[in-house]
Design a protein around this ligand. Structure first.
Ligand code: BES
Ligand code: MN
Ligand code: ZN
Length: 488
């Protein structure tokens, strides 16, 4: 599927389906004036006999003599129309088009006329919602007809003032699709080795990119004890993937993104229950998100230096697996008592955070499907951001609002740190039931003491359900953050 901006008016548009949005309070909008007489007559009939009034949720399909479909979509009252409504309406319309025989659809949704949404944001939301609705997972299907989908082309009606916003959205959409592919790809195929190959291909296919992949042996020689403890139960050997992009002067400190890449989380010896364990293939969505944001940044050639770190590891129970009670020495030298092998994400992240600091980044942001507690706290609506660096939480909240991919802050107050105390090591790897998302953040904060850093728990937003699968969140928010940084 390809995404395009169009400046053609609705009546010139040759798409199989032309979608036109109407507000109840502006029912005779600009696009009908430009339509051909046959369709205009049909529309006026619908208006006059009140078949179509523009109420939100209304959708009517008309047919042109030449076979073209014209879909009228109700947007409700302009005063009440929100960013969420725009995203959801676009998603619904394109989902319907993708399930029909249409090969191309053009969206005339009055991007410049909203009272509560500025044209730039509206352009991005329409493009992202359309792309999201058109995505199909086909990588491991031999019966491709299971996914009835003919949609090859989506056009969004914009004007020249929105061209840059559209360009940004198209780059972000590429990143999101990359992330969704990785999140949905099964754990027998999406192994640490596969992720390393995938990242290597990205680096080779784009200008100004480098790749480095550390092997298990290299990590052992370096002393990454916490990461290797998790890895030791699996026959799939771990990798540390480092992707670099140089988009501005060499001497400018990079932005570092770290993504949890547990390619499958069984829980290890502290085995998870069987129900829905299959979904723990998405425990590498932190990795998938930072790789997706990397793709978007490179696609857009943002003027930043970017480094993406992905510890790719499988967490399995085995005769060689790490066990509850083990005391491990991390790469930082701090010791960790393992009280639950299912708290493995923080074990691989702490060594990666220590390693990332060797590259003197301006800031480090880590993304991880870290805690079930985060799903309890915020559900599927917002990711949780935690930081001790002044101002950073607001930067993510703002980026999330701009692109409709929201985050909410949880506190990293020192009072929570004592939940990690133990008699047998510098810290234990779990903090008990109260504030489970925060104590995981506290654990990571002990490895980023002299570094501008934020942690984002994406356990609730990265995945929808077994039907919809990986969402591609929070790539839009993360890329918008990088765009904002590039303009600062
Ligand atoms: N990958 C899980 C967290 C998770 C759970 C993500 C559900 C998405 C949906 C993580 O490795 C984990 O198992 N966390 C434990 C931590 C606990 C042992 C302190 C959890 O949340 O139960
Ligand atoms: Mn786990
Ligand atoms: Zn996990």
């Amino acid at each position: 599927m390809s995404l395009h901006a169009t400046k053609h008016s609705a009546h010139q548009n040759k798409a199989d389906q032309v979608v036109i949005g109407f507000f109840t309070d502006q029912i005779k909008n600009q696009h009908t004036e430009q339509l051909n007489d046959d369709i205009k007559k049909q529309i006026n009939e619908r208006f006059n006999n009140k078949d179509f009034t523009g109420q939100s949720g209304q959708q009517v399909t008309l047919y042109h003599d030449n076979g073209q479909q014209v879909v009228l979509v109700g947007l409700g009252k302009n005063d009440d129309f929100t960013a969420t409504a725009l995203y959801d309406t676009t998603h619904k319309v394109v989902t319907a088009a993708a399930g029909s025989r249409c090969q191309s659809v053009a969206l005339y949704l009055n991007i410049n006329d909203y009272k509560n949404i500025d044209p730039e944001q509206a352009t991005k939301l329409v493009a992202l919602a359309a792309s999201h609705a058109a995505y199909r997972y086909e990588d491991t299907k031999s019966f491709k007809d299971d996914n009835i989908h003919h949609l090859a082309r989506i056009e969004v009606a914009t004007n020249k003032d929105n061209a840059e916003a559209f360009r940004l959205a198209a780059g972000i959409a590429k990143g999101i699709n990359t992330t969704r592919h990785l999140g949905n790809y099964p754990p027998n195929l999406c192994t640490p080795k596969y992720l390393a190959k995938f990242a290597t291909d990205i680096a080779h296919e784009h200008d100004n990119c480098d790749i480095d992949v550390l092997t298990k042996k290299q990590m052992k020689d370096m002393g990454m004890g916490a990461l290797l403890a998790v890895a030791q139960g699996s026959h799939n050997k771990p990798r540390m993937i480092v992707l670099s992009y140089h988009g501005t002067e060499k001497n400018k400190d990079p932005i570092a993104l770290v993504g949890k890449g547990i390619t499958f989380d069984t829980g290890g010896i502290s085995l998870k229950p069987g129900a829905n364990m299959d979904e723990m293939k998405y425990d590498m969505c932190g990795a998938a998100s930072v790789i997706g944001a990397f793709v978007a940044a490179v696609e857009l050639q943002l003027p930043i230096n970017l480094k993406v770190f992905v510890p790719a590891v499988e967490n399995m129970p085995d005769g060689k697996a790490y066990r509850p009670g083990d005391v491990i020495t991390s790469y930082s030298g701090q010791t960790i008592e393992v009280l639950n092998t299912d708290a493995e994400g923080r074990m691989i992240l702490c060594d990666t955070l220590t390693y990332a600091q060797e590259f003197k980044p301006e800031v480090i942001v880590d993304l991880a499907t870290l805690t079930g507690a985060c799903v309890v706290a915020l559900g599927h609506n917002a990711a949780a951001v935690m930081t001790k660096t002044e101002g950073m939480a607001d930067e993510f909240k703002q980026a999330g609002e701009q692109i409709h991919d929201r985050v909410w802050e949880l506190p990293l107050w020192d009072e929570y740190q004592k939940q990690l105390d133990t008699s047998f090591a510098d810290m234990k790897n779990i903090g008990g039931v109260p504030a489970g998302t925060i104590t995981a953040g506290c654990f990571l904060s002990r490895f980023t003491k002299d570094q501008k850093w934020a942690h984002i728990d994406i356990a609730g937003v990265a995945w929808k359900d077994k039907k919809e699968g990986a969402t591609g969140r929070p790539v839009a928010m993360l890329t918008q953050y990088l765009i904002n940084k590039s303009q600062a």
